[in-house]
Design a protein around this ligand. Structure first.
Ligand code: UTP
Length: 234
C-alpha cells in the first residue's frame, strides 16, 4: 500500500453549508482507501472566508484571523470524519506527528490547519514529507496550474507539467493574507521543491476525478516534478 496525501480544498468540499460535495467525496475516499493509505487535509472553504472577512471588519489582526480559519478547517475535518464513519480515524489530527501516529491504525486520517501564516496546502505538503507519501495531490477548483489566475485572466495558459522551481516562481508573485485564495501557497511550493515528492494539481469540481486519477491515471491537471515518470496511477 502506498501513502497518499490529499489537500482537499474547502472551496471544493464545502464552499458553503448548503452547497457541498461531502456526499460525493465520501465514497471516492473510501474506494481509494481500499488500495492505499490515505491522509486528507481539509480546507476552510466559504465559511472560513466569511468568518475571516468579519474578523477583518472588526479590526482583528491577520494572525488571529488565521486562527479562526484554522478552527473552521478543523470543523470541516470533523464533519468529514463523521461522514466517513468507520473508515476514518475518529479524531482530527492537530499536528503532523499526530497524523502520522493515527495513520498506524490503517484508517483514513483527516486533519485541517495547524499554524497561522499558511494554508492547508502547506500542512499537506509537510505531511507528505513526514509520512513519506508517494504522491501529494492538491484537489482544487481549477484544472491545473496556469501562468496567472485563470479566473482573473481568461488568456492565462495551463501547464501539463512544471518543475518545482517554476512552480515557486509562479506562486511567489502572489500575496498571503488570511483566507487568501491561490492555487497553492508559497510555503507548500517550497516544501514540494525540497521534498522531491511529486505534486499533482487536480480539478476536484467533479469528485469522480479523484479515483479516476489515482487508480486509473485519468485526469486533467498539472504534474509538478523533476521526474520524467508519471506519478499516477499509483
Ligand atoms: P485554506 O485556505 O487552506 O482553506 O484555509 P481553503 O478554503 O481550502 O482554500 P482552498 O479551497 O484550497 O483555496 C483557510 C484559512 O485558514 C487559515 C488561513 O487564513 C487560510 O486562508 N489557515 C489554514 C492557517 O492560518 N494555517 C493553516 O495551517 C491552515
Amino acid at each position: 500500500m502506498k501513502k497518499i496525501v490529499i489537500s482537499l480544498g474547502g472551496s471544493i468540499l464545502i464552499p458553503s453549508l448548503s452547497d457541498h460535495t461531502i456526499r460525493e467525496y465520501v465514497p471516492e475516499l473510501k474506494k481509494i482507501a481500499k488500495k492505499h493509505r490515505l491522509f486528507v487535509v481539509v480546507g476552510g472553504g466559504g465559511e472560513a472566508r466569511r468568518y475571516i472577512k468579519l474578523a477583518r471588519q472588526l479590526g482583528i489582526d491577520e494572525g488571529t484571523s488565521d486562527e479562526i480559519g484554522i478552527l473552521i478547517t478543523r470543523l470541516n475535518a470533523t464533519l468529514l470524519i463523521a461522514a466517513l464513519g468507520e473508515d476514518a480515524y475518529p479524531k482530527v489530527a492537530e499536528s503532523h506527528a499526530e497524523a502520522k501516529k493515527f495513520g498506524e491504525s490503517g484508517k483514513i486520517v483527516v486533519m485541517g490547519g495547524i499554524t497561522p501564516g499558511q494554508t492547508t496546502d502547506a500542512v499537506a505538503a509537510v505531511l507528505a514529507e513526514r509520512v513519506g507519501a508517494a504522491v501529494f495531490i492538491n484537489v482544487t477548483s481549477v484544472d491545473g496550474i496556469y501562468t496567472e489566475d485563470p479566473k482573473k485572466n481568461p488568456h492565462a495558459a495551463r501547464f501539463d507539467r512544471l518543475a518545482p522551481k517554476e512552480l515557486l516562481e509562479i506562486v511567489g508573485q502572489t500575496a498571503l493574507g488570511a483566507g487568501s485564495n491561490n492555487v497553492l501557497d508559497i510555503v507548500a511550493a517550497r516544501v514540494v521543491e525540497r521534498s522531491g515528492i511529486p505534486l499533482v494539481v487536480l480539478d476536484g469540481r467533479e469528485p469522480k476525478n479523484l479515483s479516476g486519477a489515482i487508480l486509473k491515471g485519468k485526469y486533467r491537471g498539472t504534474v509538478v516534478s523533476d521526474m520524467k515518470k508519471n506519478p499516477l496511477p499509483l
